[in-house]
Design a protein around this ligand. Structure first.
Ligand SMILES: Cc1cc2nc3c(=O)[nH]c(=O)nc-3n(C[C@H](O)[C@H](O)[C@H](O)COP(=O)(O)O)c2cc1C
Length: 258
């Protein structure tokens, strides 16, 4: 732990010796918490039991490409081929104007020389974060192969024409959801949502080329990418790529302690 890191919150006693435990600490000994902890202790990662589960592919960091994109393509194809559900689901972490982090799941729409693409509403919480602080982190976790990928870098909005073409190549439901808008606003009732979605579905069916004004593509151009390969004996491999500061096409690779 870093020298100046705050003390961890203890589950049994307040770290500052005061009688009031900080928010988030305190030991709940009720039956629900007990059942939860028993389940937590039983939970396993990378269960390779008879029912299939995780396999550990060989990964030799010495024979990896010079930049992360080809390796991402390779690992993505491998995850999809191994039956990993929704390999394109990723965690998107952003930070607000004060640097406070937040994270949620979004879908990957593309990955190319420009970066990793996703789409959302510019007016949502994450959209507001990105306007104030155009930097993000993405993580993928493919448990079928004990693999994770982690990227971080600046974010720019995609061209409106690209976002529009991408949206209109998707399903009517995707267009209807984008047309409904108001993502992350407080919802006064489920009825309001049902009415708004009915109207959005009708519009999407009537006008498949309708534009969703706040729906925006974003591109994360990583300056760091990490590939994590889990190992049955916990000698996990972590390969990090860092983009060059003088030549942005040149990447440095390092192994990291797991
Ligand atoms: C599997 C999955 C995929 C999702 N994909 C997207 C997406 O591509 N774009 C999006 O705006 N929200 C997506 N969501 C919803 C987000 O997780 C989130 O609830 C929403 O975008 C609001 O986030 P915000 O309040 O931080 O802006 C997805 C949720 C799940 C569970």
């Amino acid at each position: 732990m870093a020298e100046n890191a705050p003390e961890p919150a203890s589950s049994s006693s307040p770290p500052d010796g005061s009688s009031t435990p900080p928010r988030g600490s305190g030991h709940d000994s009720g039956p629900a918490a007990g059942r939860f902890r028993a389940l937590l202790r039983e939970a396993r990662v990378w269960d390779t039991g008879d029912g299939g589960g995780t396999s550990f592919p060989a990964f030799d960091p010495a024979s990896t490409p010079e930049s992360p994109l080809p390796l991402f393509y390779e690992w993505f194809a491998d995850a999809a081929a191994s039956g990993q559900a929704e390999p394109h689901a990723m965690t998107l972490a952003t930070a607000d104007a004060d640097g406070r982090p937040d994270a949620r799941t979004v879908m990957l729409h593309d990955a190319d020389a420009c970066g990793w693409h996703f789409a959302t509403h510019s007016t949502s919480r994450k959209g507001r974060h990105l306007a104030a602080n155009p930097y993000a982190s993405l993580t993928f976790y493919w448990n079928a192969r004990a693999r994770a990928v982690r990227l971080r870098g600046p974010v720019v909005p995609a061209y409106a024409s690209e976002t529009s073409a991408d949206l209109h190549a998707r399903s009517t439901g995707a267009l209807a959801a984008a047309l409904a808008g108001r993502q992350s606003d407080v919802l006064d009732s489920r009825d309001t949502l049902a009415r708004a979605y009915d109207a959005a579905w009708q519009r999407a069916r009537r006008d498949p080329e309708a534009e969703a004004t706040t729906w925006t593509g974003y591109v994360v151009t990583p300056d760091e990418a990490e590939f994590f390969q889990g190992d049955a004996h916990r000698q996990h491999v972590r390969l990090r790529y860092r983009r060059g500061t003088t030549d942005s096409d040149v990447w440095t690779k390092d192994l990291l302690w797991p």
